[in-house]
Structure formats: C-alpha cells, structure tokens
Design a protein. Sequence first.
Length: 332
Amino acid sequence: MSYIGNSPTNIAFQTDTFSGTGSTTAFTMSVAPANTTSVLVAVTGVLQDPSTYSVSGTTLTFSAAPPSGTSNISVRYLGIPASGVTTTAYRTVTNFTATAGQTSFSTPSYTVGYIDVFRNGVYLPTTDYTATTGTTVVLNNAATVGDTITTSSFFVSSVLNAIPATASSVSTSYLVDGAVTQAKLGTGVAGTGPAFSAYADATTQTLVTATYTKILFQTEEFDTNSNFASSRFTPTVAGYYQVNAQLLFPALAGLTCLVAVYKNGSDFKEGTRTAVAASSSGGVFVSALISMNGSTDYLEIYGQQASGSNQNLTGTNNAFLNYFQAFLVRGA
C-alpha cells in the first residue's frame, strides 16, 4: 500500500499477564498507569469494566478475585507515563453528593476567580455561590439531598518573566556578579583573565658579569587575580599569556646586555641583545606568547650583562624603564 509521506510505524501496546489463583486480588504491574482507564484488563478473555478493579501505582487490585488459570489475566497499557518528568494538573474536577440542605463544600485548594461550579451538570453563574477562601464553595441556595455538586478549578501560571527567543533578550542586569567564571566560558575564550604590571623601584640591582640574574620588580601597578608575588607570576587560569619586559643598562662602552623570560626556573624566551655605547644607556626588551598550565607554571625575568665587571640597572623612573607585564590572551 502506498502512503503520502513516511509509512506508518506499528508498535504493539505493552502488556502484562498474570495467573489467577481464585483468591488473589492484588497483582504488581510492570509500570504505573495514570488511572484505571489507561489500561484494558481482561480475565479469561473477557474485558473487565474499570469499576471492577482499581489502580494505585503499580498495584492492580480486583474487587473480586479472578478465577484460577495460567496467564488468564491480561493487562494492556494504552499509554505509559513518562518517567522522571514532573507534571502539573491544569484542571482539578471534584464531585460531591450533597446532603439535605447542604450549602458548604470543601474543595481542593484553588485560586480565587479560577473555579467553576455545577449542580447536577448545570453550570452555576458566580452570583449563585461564594468562592473566596481558596478551599470552600458556598451555595446561595441549599442543595437537595443527592444533588451532585461539581467543582472545576484551574491551575494559574504566569509567563511574565519568560525570556523571548530573540537576540539580546538577556542583559547583564539579570546575571549574578561572579557567576560567569573563566571555567564556565567556552574553550579558547579569554574573558577577564589574569593580568598584572609591576616595575623595579629605586633599589639598586647589581648584575654579575656574564651571569643571568633574577630581576626584582618590587612595585605593582595592578594585579587582577593576585597572581604576582616575589617578582614571580604564577597564573591560576590555564591558557596562553602575552609577556612583556624591559630592562635599562648604564652607558658603558663595550657593555653587552640581554633580557630573558624564565619559565619554571629555566631560560625559556630571550629578548633583544644590545651593545651599549659610552654615550647612552642601553635598553633591552622581550615579548613572548607563553602557554601556562594554570597551576604550577610560573614566569620570572632575568637579565645579563657582559662588561667584565658587575653593573647596576639604570633609570630614575623605573615605572616605564624596568618593568614586567603579562596577561591572558585566550584560555587553554
């Protein structure tokens, strides 16, 4: 047979079978149906009226024990409730059988203004009853014995705070400060990662000739993540860091100077090499992009001069003459 579109898919309804004993009335089903009308129950091939059994969770209970027989009880599920899903009832219907002269009826909790009342199936206008407490309905005219009073209440929900599916729907005013951390950003996103800048103060630093010496940067200009201490930068966010440093050496004929970035105590990236003249001081600079693991990796700046004797760093304003800086370019 031909079909427009995809062919229909046929799936058999899930079915349980039980063997009656002539005395057993309760049987455990494999799933919990929504109610008695969600299953078709047959005993010895005869379909049973839902009034002859009840369902509570996975327990099927007959009002009278089915007869003995092997697999003579069949329970066919017309639908299986979704598991692990919280459902909300949007309408609650309650039936009462009135006593003579009864006017007040205790109902399940309802929202005032969202309940309908019926008397023997006839809708009552709101002028015929009072429903202001959220738990009771009071008729203006007393019911007759045996009257069926039905209440139908409705769940009230609001979508005033729903976020529309449009660009720029969420602004920073709805975000908790500090909630979006570097760890929660996508791979390769820098965000507001660590950054610092420090410089050497007026303290004299002596460099032994032909020997790399660790340079001290005593004054911090800024340190956004408290990762700089004792002239060492130990970033706590894994990623790729841009590193810059500069040193200034005194005017001295024959002086050759060099600056290098040390990673974890070893020479890692070297900068410019300058031969200083007798008439002017000489500056050296290093710039490098370095991968850091965000835990144990650290960086330091070392300088070297080859004049044949010990020499001091130069500069009256070290804030822009002898400095060390680094910042996160992108996350790991």
